[in-house]
Design a protein around this ligand. Sequence first.
Ligand SMILES: [Zn+2]
Length: 301
Amino acid sequence: MDTLKQVLTRLQADGSALGHFNISDLVMLKAVVASAVQIGAPVIVGASEGEREFVGVSQLAALVASLREEFDRPIFLNADHTHSLAKVVQAAKAGFDEIVIDFSALPLEQNAARTKEAVEAIKAINPAILAEGEIGDIGTGSEIHENLPSAAGRLTTAEEARQFVNATGIDVLAPAVGNAHGMVESMVQGNTRKRLDINRIAQIKKATGVFLTLHGGSGTDENDFREAIGAGINIIHISTELRVAWRRSLEASLSSRPNEVVPYKILRPVLDSVADVVGSRLRLFEGKRARRSDLAAGEVA
Ligand SMILES: [Zn+2]
């Protein structure tokens, strides 16, 4: 089975990005995996500190390892937004494939020092685990917000990205390039979209040469996604869109079956709704070259 680094390298050559989907429970995890398996795309499951606490760190690692083995597919696991060295070490020891070290609320120098320490701890446990660091302000909370940080706010510069990557030894960088966690109501309705600074992404890629992650992808303009992948984005995080689908479909399922008490019957349409969102995003993140090679493989078969 390919490592996460090998998969990211291959996707980059194909003009594709890896879809990253946050999960809070078994329904969402099954939805992500079912969709990725159906499409034939690699996928990375993400869990923040709160999501990990709810599911259980070692339990989640065991579930993902078991799904990867059963389907024999590149299904990876990321410890999203980890704010302490202790939780970085816990995730590394539990067998996560990637860890997002998030000291982005600190001033840049302190962020770099704490991130470097965490990268060294990860690599001492398992050098194959990818370490991601974050600079700039992309807001907090994959929720429905009143307002998002303005797109014209603090974007990561190519120079600070270069310095941060050199100072920390990270494998993956999460920059602020117009993205933001969460959505506002008008985005949930589909009336407004987040817009990305494509030139800034290209400058940061050129200055650093590392893999780049786009956090807070929910509600982003679809053409911007495609251009961002072309400019150097390798991993795209989608969380709020899944949470919205989860809640809406759960409410619909409960209200359409007022006397139903069997959880797996109530939750089946929830799983399907979340899987639909995952599928639409995975198809969007697949590059033209990847789609052509799939077609060619199909023709040969
Ligand atoms: Zn994030």
